[in-house]
Design a protein around this ligand. Structure first.
Ligand SMILES: *[C@@H]1O[C@H](CO)[C@@H](O)[C@H](O)[C@H]1NC(C)=O
Ligand SMILES: *[C@@H]1O[C@H](CO)[C@@H](O)[C@H](O)[C@H]1NC(C)=O
Ligand SMILES: *[C@@H]1O[C@H](CO)[C@@H](O)[C@H](O)[C@H]1NC(C)=O
Length: 470
C-alpha cells in the first residue's frame, strides 16, 4: 500500500474562512482608503452609513466585519466616536460599519419609522453590499450598539433571516422594548443553530434613560435580566435560568460580571453590571456620553473599556467554526482521493483534531474499497490532539470557573507569532497570516465538535493516538 500523503499542517485547519464575493476585487473608488473612514449611501436607497477599512486590509484576506448602531437621536458619526470601532487599538484588523437610522430611531423604539424597506431590510442589504464589494469573512460578522442601537442588535439577533448572518451580539446600555406587536419585528424567533447565540450586555446601575430594572413610563422598557434570561433560554439553559457565575471584576466602583453556561456553551450569555454608571458607554478615557449625561455618570469616565471587552467576546465566536474548517480540509481530501486516487493518513495536532475528525467522514479506505473507489483515508493519527465528543466544546467540559474569553485569546496569541510560525516567508504574507490566525485563536475553546468520524465503524481499527508523558 502506498502512503502518499500525510496531511499534518496544524495551521491549515486554522486558515480556512468563509470568503465573500468581494474577495480579490479592488476596493470601490468611493470607499475609504485603508486606514480611514467615509460616509456613504447604500446604492438604490436613501440610507446612509459610515465605513471604516483597516490599514492592513488585503483584498485576498477575508476580514471580519463589525456593525455598530447608534443610540436614539444620535447618528453614525457620533457612534464611530463613541464605540471606537475604527480605533486600531481595539480593532486592528476588521472592517467597521456604522449604519444611520431613518429618523434618529431604530426599529423596536416606538418612534422608529417602520415603513418598508425597514431597518432590518436595510441591515440585510447593507451586509450583502459589503460582502459583494469587500473581502469579508462571512463567518465573522458581528453586531453591537448603544441604547436603542443595542436594542436593535437584539432585534437583528431575533430575526431568522438577518440574525443568522451574524456570529455574536453585544449591547451597551441596551434599551429593551417589548417588540411582540411592533410591525416588521414581532416576537423573538431566531433560526436554530448549533453554535448558539452569543450575547453580551453592559448596563449601569444608575441609568435613568434605560433603567436596568426596566421602567413603566410612556415607552416601557423591559428589565435587562429578562433579556439575558431570554437568550440563556434560547441557548438551551431553560426558562429563567440562573447565571453560572457572577464575579466581582472591580471593587470600586463595583462591577459584577455574570455569565450563563448552557450545555457545552460556556459563557454564551454574559453581562457587566456597572456600579455608579448611568447611560454611558464605559471608557477609561471618557467620551461624549460622559459629557452629555454627566448627572447619570458622575465619574466622568469608567474603570474599563467596554469596547475592549466586546472585541474579546467576539473573538471567541464564528459561525459554523469547526464545520468551516472541516469543509476546507474536506476539499483538499476530495482532491487527493477522488482526483488523484491517493491513500491519505490524517494526522492531527491540537485543535486540528476537531475539524479533521469531522472532515474525514465518508472517506474511509475500507468504505471506498467496498464501493470500488480508488484512494481513501487509511488512518487517523491524533498527536496530542483535541478529542471531543460530538456537540462538546473545551470550555463546556471544564465547567466551574472558566476564565473570560479574553484570557484564552491572550493565552493563544504569541506576542510576535511570526517568529513561531512564519519566519521563512515574505513579511506581507506572514502579516496577513497572523491577522487570520489571531481571530481564530479562541475558537478551539468555544466551538462545538461536529460529528467525529473516529466513532464510525469504518475507522475502528485505524485510529491511533500519541500522547507524551511529562
Ligand atoms: C426578518 O427580516 C427580513 C429582512 O428584513 C424580513 O423580510 C422578515 O420579514 C423579517 N422577519 C420577521 C419575522 O419579521
Ligand atoms: C450579580 O450580583 C449583583 C450583586 O452582587 C446583583 O445585583 C445582580 O443582580 C447579580 N446578577 C446579575 C445578572 O447582574
Ligand atoms: C481604554 O481605551 C483608551 C483608548 O480609547 C486607551 O487609551 C486606554 O488605555 C484604554 N484603557 C485600558 C484600561 O485599556
Amino acid at each position: 500500500m502506498q502512503i502518499a500523503f500525510l496531511l499534518s499542517l496544524t495551521a491549515l485547519a486554522s486558515m480556512s474562512t468563509a470568503q465573500s464575493a468581494g474577495c480579490n476585487k479592488n476596493i470601490p473608488s468611493k470607499f475609504p482608503t485603508p486606514g480611514s473612514s467615509t460616509s456613504l449611501k447604500l446604492p438604490g436607497s436613501d440610507r446612509q452609513y459610515r465605513l471604516y477599512i483597516p490599514a492592513n486590509y488585503d483584498k485576498s484576506t477575508p476580514t471580519a466585519l463589525y456593525f455598530s448602531f447608534h443610540g436614539a437621536s444620535r447618528d453614525m458619526l457620533e457612534e464611530e466616536e463613541l464605540s471606537q470601532f475604527s480605533n486600531p487599538e481595539f480593532n486592528p484588523n476588521g472592517v467597521a460599519i456604522y449604519p444611520d437610522s431613518k429618523n434618529g430611531y431604530w426599529l423596536s423604539n416606538p418612534s422608529a419609522d417602520i415603513s418598508r424597506p425597514n431597518d432590518l431590510d436595510f441591515t440585510n442589504e447593507l451586509l450583502t453590499h459589503m460582502e459583494d464589494k469587500l473581502c469579508i469573512d462571512k463567518s465573522r460578522v458581528f453586531s453591537a450598539g448603544k441604547s436603542n442601537g443595542g436594542g436593535f442588535t437584539g432585534v437583528i439577533a431575533c430575526n431568522a433571516t438577518v440574525g443568522s448572518r451574524f456570529a455574536a451580539f453585544a449591547a451597551v446600555s441596551g434599551a429593551w422594548y417589548d417588540t411582540d406587536d411592533i410591525e416588521g419585528v414581532g416576537p423573538c424567533a431566531p433560526a436554530e443553530r448549533a453554535e448558539g447565540y452569543p450575547f453580551l450586555e453592559f448596563h449601569g446601575t444608575t441609568d435613568t434613560t434605560a433603567p436596568i430594572d426596566g421602567n413603566t413610563k410612556k415607552s416601557p422598557k423591559l428589565p435587562v435580566i429578562d433579556i439575558l434570561q431570554g437568550w440563556a433560554d434560547r441557548n438551551g439553559c431553560g426558562e429563567k435560568a440562573q447565571w453560572a457565575r457572577n464575579e466581582t471584576v472591580f471593587e470600586n466602583p463595583l462591577v459584577k460580571h455574570a455569565s450563563w453556561d448552557c450545555g457545552s456553551k460556556t459563557g454564551i450569555v454574559q453581562h457587566y453590571r456597572e456600579g455608579q454608571n448611568g447611560h454611558c458607554w464605559p471608557s477609561t478615557v471618557g467620551n461624549d456620553d460622559y459629557e452629555r449625561l454627566a448627572s447619570q455618570c458622575p465619574l466622568g469616565k469608567y474603570v474599563f473599556n467596554a469596547t475592549e471587552y466586546i472585541f474579546d467576546f467576539f473573538s471567541g465566536y464564528r459561525l459554523d467554526a469547526v464545520e468551516t474548517d472541516a469543509d476546507a480540509i474536506g476539499t483538499i481530501l476530495r482532491l487527493l482521493l477522488e482526483d488523484e486516487g491517493k491513500d491519505v493518513l490524517l494526522s492531527m495536532h491540537s485543535y486540528a483534531g476537531m475539524p479533521r475528525a469531522a472532515a474525514a467522514t465518508g472517506f474511509a479506505k475500507l468504505r471506498r474499497t467496498q464501493e470500488g473507489k480508488a484512494g481513501g483515508v487509511i488512518g487517523l493519527l491524533f498527536l496530542r490532539a483535541v478529542v471531543m465528543a460530538e456537540g462538546s466544546s473545551c470550555t463546556g467540559l471544564k465547567g466551574g470557573n472558566v476564565p473570560p474569553l479574553g484570557f484564552y485569546r491572550r493565552l493563544n496569541i504569541a506576542d510576535d507569532p511570526t517568529t513561531h510560525f512564519a519566519a521563512d516567508v515574505e513579511s506581507a504574507l506572514a502579516q496577513s497570516t497572523v491577522t487570520e490566525l489571531e481571530s481564530h485563536a479562541t475558537l478551539l475553546f468555544t466551538s462545538p465538535q461536529p460529528h467525529p468520524v473516529r466513532a464510525d465503524a469504518t475507522y475502528l481499527s485505524e485510529v491511533a493516538g500519541l500522547y507524551r508523558h511529562d
